[in-house]
Write a protein that binds this ligand. Structure first.
Ligand code: MRU
Length: 370
């Protein structure tokens, strides 16, 4: 993504040798401030994930992978492996729902097996770089496969833009580059297909309003921000051609955990014959689970995210305001699970498949029998 004339990934290092430093974009400051932060210790990395300076399944995974490298370079010579075990555990518990976190830590564990000190540090660096590059490449390919679906809708109604509804932020900011749900949108826009995006604000943290809208502005994609409950009405009136969202975890049977509210959009889409797609790279599959409603852990976050909102005041300052009686309690589930039966298809780096065990295994045959 180009920001102020420079191409950025969402996580990168600068400098060489002992001076090499990990950088991220503080997503809690967007859309009003583009702030870059260095992460020097494994505590910094854990805080960045927990407090959502970085967020989104792919970026959480990539950040955890770099967190292992940060841990390896700051580990004491004596007690190296205990330090690494503790650091990986600290990273593992930062957020519970996205599969990519544990997936990235498992990859790092394998890459560093039997190594310590400088050798382990080099292996962790190489693996973090590989995970980062792979995430970007896989998301680029999701765009290519999703473009085909948008192209077909465009051919059906060439006289008007293809209207795509999305929920939360599964764009460049949620991954290393391109994004999952927004990658097909960018590919279609770049190919000259007229597209228009309905952006759900995505309460309580408003990732749609603050992140997806910001990204679409940067790329020049036509869009309108809508309140979370508008989608059903638009679908009833033929104003949505397709829904594409991302996912934080998808089971081998096709159930998909995504930002809270996604399930309601899928129900409305099914009732109105609007195709509902989930876009994800393979790192978001959890092949160990089938029943997502029963088995995917759903993060419950601080209730103040529901009770308190922040935004730019008329004075041009970012301010926090309480939107309910101060004594009102709140609950804050961050994700819900959309059952496979409501999903038209999964857009992956290997192609588009049915949201079913057979469909998924036809693209990922190496997972048969596991
Ligand atoms: O809580 P977040 O912001 O980390 O949630 C992740 C999301 O943005 C969405 O659920 C997204 O659609 C899937 S992550 C690519």
């Amino acid at each position: 993504m180009n920001v102020e004339g420079r191409h950025y990934r969402t996580i990168w290092t600068e400098g060489g040798g002992d001076d090499e430093t990990l950088y991220i974009i503080d997503q809690t400051a967007l859309p009003h401030t583009f702030r870059i932060l260095p992460l020097h210790s494994v505590e910094d990395v854990c805080r960045a994930i927990r407090e959502m300076w970085v967020r989104g399944a792919g970026l959480i995974g990539a950040t955890a992978a770099w967190g292992v490298w940060v841990a390896a370079r700051t580990a004491p010579e004596q007690g190296f492996s205990e330090f690494m075990t503790q650091s990986m555990e600290k990273l593992r518990v930062t957020r519970p729902t996205a599969s990519n976190l544990v997936w990235a830590l498992e990859r790092q564990k394998k890459a560093m097996a039997g190594l310590s000190g400088k050798e382990a540090e080099r292996a962790a660096h190489a693996e973090a770089a590989a995970i980062t590059d792979e995430d970007a490449q896989f998301c680029r390919r999701i765009g290519v496969h999703g473009l085909g679906l948008i192209q077909k809708l465009h051919e059906r109604h060439p006289e008007r833009p293809v209207n795509i509804l999305t929920h939360c932020n599964a764009g460049w900011l949620a991954f290393v580059d391109y994004g999952s749900a927004l990658s097909p949108v960018y590919a279609a826009f770049d190919a000259g297909i007229p597209v228009h995006v309905w952006v759900d604000e995505t309460r309580p943290r408003n990732q749609g309003a603050s992140l997806t809208a910001w990204e679409l502005c940067r790329h020049g994609v036509p869009h309108d921000l809508i309140a979370d409950n508008v989608g059903g009405h638009l679908m009833q009136h033929g104003m949505v051609d397709m829904v594409i969202t991302g996912a934080d975890r998808v089971t081998r049977c096709g159930d998909a955990a995504n930002k809270i509210g996604t399930y309601l959009k899928a129900l409305a889409a099914a009732d109105n014959n609007v195709p509902f797609y989930i876009a994800l790279p393979s790192s978001t599959f959890d092949f160990s689970l089938c029943d997502g409603v029963r088995d995917i852990p759903i993060e419950e976050r601080n209730a103040d995210e529901v009770r308190v909102m922040s935004g730019l005041s008329e004075r041009g300052e970012v301010e926090r305001v309480c939107i309910c009686p101060p004594e009102t309690p709140a609950r804050n589930w961050a994700f819900d699970v959309t059952p496979a039966r409501l999903i038209t298809g999964l857009i992956t780096e290997r192609g588009v498949c049915e949201a079913s065990e057979e469909g998924i295994l036809s693209l990922y045959p190496e997972q048969r029998g596991i």
